[in-house]
Design a protein. Structure first.
Length: 108
């Protein structure tokens, strides 16, 4: 898996970094029983382990932030002017590149 990481510099300069996790049986990285996703979720529920679950107040606060934005988007009506479509896996729409050009290094 790759993710973008900011280089240590005064300007915004991102570079792809490899994230590696080895879950193989012969790996020393992880010990214990290997559970599939559903086994892990069910076991956590049974044991009352809430570490991987959001609290209700957190969910409500998130929707409190997002609901006004979503309502404004629904009322906008001029989607073509405000939404910038771009291909999956690309660096994003050209308009963003032009907007932030002075703050970014050359990442192509």
């Amino acid at each position: 898996m790759y993710f973008m990481a900011k280089e240590s510099s005064p300007v915004l300069c991102l570079k792809p970094v490899i994230m590696r996790y080895d879950f193989n049986e012969d790996s020393d990285s992880f010990t214990g029983t290997k559970l599939d996703a559903y086994e892990k979720v069910l076991l956590d529920c049974i044991l009352g382990d809430q570490m991987l679950f959001l609290r209700q107040d957190g969910v409500e606060q998130t929707w409190g932030f997002l609901t006004p934005i979503l309502e404004m988007c629904e009322q906008c009506g001029d989607f073509e002017r405000h939404l910038k479509y771009y291909p999956a896996g690309s660096w994003g729409p050209q308009a963003v590149s032009e907007l932030h050009h002075s703050y970014m290094c050359d990442i192509t």
